[in-house]
Design a protein around this ligand. Structure first.
Ligand SMILES: NC(=O)c1ccc[n+]([C@@H]2O[C@H](COP(=O)([O-])OP(=O)(O)OC[C@H]3O[C@@H](n4cnc5c(N)ncnc54)[C@H](OP(=O)(O)O)[C@@H]3O)[C@@H](O)[C@H]2O)c1
Length: 238
């Protein structure tokens, strides 16, 4: 079983950590404030979990889940994730991250941008298109008839395979969504983003945080990604 390093102990980082320890994986989790602030979470996660610094999580993890605000990625130490397979959950929200011209004008996808900020890392986009509270609710053991699927995108075949095996162990089937340049299909506002996992896809935006998920099998994820059209990121106000 690989050790999972998790950088970011917020909504997504914690949800993935819960699945990892449930699957028997060791996790080392870090946040911006330091390991001493994670004692409650570590108590809840149990003996397979440890708190660490960002450097600890990066060094000890065989694979790394990077789940911090997009604007914080450039604050990470230079070369931190070189040589590591990194599952990046980042999305671009201008209200939080500030406006980024190359994203607004679709020169690059958010994944291409983050990949460019992590030289030497084996970059994979994952876990960015599902609401955090849906992650534990939809996870199922391999072979379950009611399993849901998550898309991943990467330019690196080996890293993609490693990420797919990890996500399978955590409770999801995996859909290969292509390269990082193609990952716009499951960025915010695109067809492949969060709403496909809702039990009621007409749920109003202001009720999403209390929404119930619905089983979302591989075939639905594949057809949804295929039907996606690229959104105009410059129009995004949130
Ligand atoms: N929430 C969702 O449903 C959801 C769904 C899909 C994708 N995403 C995306 O996934 C990413 C994480 O979202 P989230 O909702 O999990 O965020 P969050 O709840 O706000 O948590 C962010 C975490 O990042 C840590 N952090 C911030 N700057 C850091 C730094 N420089 N070094 C180390 N850790 C740092 C924070 O540390 P402290 O706790 O010490 O402040 C916190 O633990 C975002 O890009 C988000 O858009 C979120």
């Amino acid at each position: 079983m690989p050790i999972l390093g998790i950088i970011g102990s917020g909504n997504i980082g914690t949800a993935v950590a819960r699945l990892a320890v449930a699957a028997g994986m060791n996790v080392v989790i870090a946040n911006s404030r330091g390991p001493e602030t994670l004692s409650d979470l570590i108590s809840e996660l149990g003996p397979l979990a440890a708190a660490g610094t960002v450097e600890d999580a990066a060094k000890l993890g065989d694979a790394i889940v990077l789940s911090i605000p997009l604007k914080a990625v450039t604050d990470l130490p230079d070369g931190l994730l070189a040589g590591k397979t990194v599952l990046d959950t980042s999305n671009y929200y201008p209200s939080r991250d500030g406006r980024i011209t190359t994203l607004d004008d679709s020169t690059v996808t958010t994944s291409e941008l983050v990949q460019s900020w992590l030289p030497g890392a084996y970059y994979v986009k994952a876990f960015n298109n599902i609401l955090a509270h849906h992650i534990p609710l939809l996870a199922r053991p391999a072979g379950s008839p009611d399993r849901s699927a998550l898309p991943i995108a990467s330019d690196n075949t080996e890293a993609k395979a490693e990420a797919a095996a990890l996500i399978d162990a955590l409770g999801y089937d995996v859909v290969d969504a292509g390269t990082v340049a193609e990952s716009w299909r499951f960025e915010p506002d695109a067809a492949g983003y969060t709403r496909l996992y809702l039990a009621d896809e007409s749920t109003p935006d202001d009720q999403l945080l209390n929404s119930m998920p619905g089983i979302t099998p591989k075939e639905k994820v594949e057809s949804t990604l295929a039907s996606a059209t690229r959104v105009n990121v410059a129009e995004r106000i949130f």
